[in-house]
Design a protein around this ligand. Sequence first.
Ligand code: NAI
Ligand code: 15L
Length: 275
Amino acid sequence: MSPSKPRRFRRLLLTGAAGALGTVLRDHLPALADVLRVSDRAPLGEARDREEVVPCDLGDAAGMLDLTRDVDAVVHMGGVSGENRFADLHHANILGMYHLFEGCRKNGVARVVWASSNHAIGFYPRTRTIDATVPQRPDTAYGLTKAFGEDLAQYYQDKYGIEAVSLRIGSCFPKPVDRRMLATWLSYPDLVHLVERSLLAPAVGHTVVFGVSANQESFWDNRAASALGFRPGDNAEDYRAEIEASTPLVGPDDPLVRYQGGQFTAMPHADDEPD
Ligand code: NAI
Ligand code: 15L
């Protein structure tokens, strides 16, 4: 984000600001807002210049109502970020999304950009190219909570006019580290660009997009993100030789290569007692 651009928002809220992606966005979102309000239940350190630090648990309805007050838009990265016990997923990803959107409704927040996940559609085979309009096929209880979040965002758009962009993020890491990520990787610079476009694009209604770089290998048709002005600059292909040299080739029935959600499709149910 260029610091020379005029700042578009008076106050932006960033949740999950202590997490991996929140930490990246915390460095860049100040270019867009006079004040960045950062929140998490984990420690966030001292407030930086033009920042407000407001700790909050997503499961705290009253806290979330306060957190969303006097905010123009939200970048919601907070939540349980992988397969987990349903009680924990329910607390952060289901109740948390509900509290967030209720806060936005009651406080008149115009737009929410939030981290859904490819695991909302993880059971599509890799042989099929899908766009963001296909029915959800969650691959885990985690993916199920992301599918719920997308439906919740649609509901609040249809009924209350809150705009939202649901980012079905692939694999957002400094670089791809396995063969699946040659297709699913989202670089940090492309994440920042996608969030910026999702905040600034006009009239998004509720838009679902894939959070993925311009990877040569791909099973996602991301025209919906292009329509927001997203022009990714990175390509996982640059890492192919390194990854193929360092990771084993697996057979065609291995979940890693059979389904878009990879190994998540084969994860045990987190609430089962271990044998
Ligand atoms: P992370 O686990 O590093 O960060 C999540 C943050 O949410 C943490 O700082 C955590 O303290 C906070 N959090 C969890 N439960 C909370 C609660 N009850 N109240 C308040 N804060 C709570 O995850 P990461 O990688 O930064 O991901 C951010 C978002 O993006 C998550 O929602 C994740 O599901 C989603 N995502 C990430 C992908 C990736 O490749 N990193 C891929 C797809 C989706
Ligand atoms: C996700 O949703 C997770 O948050 C992240 O840690 C990765 O596992 C990613 O999906 C992925 O599919 O690679």
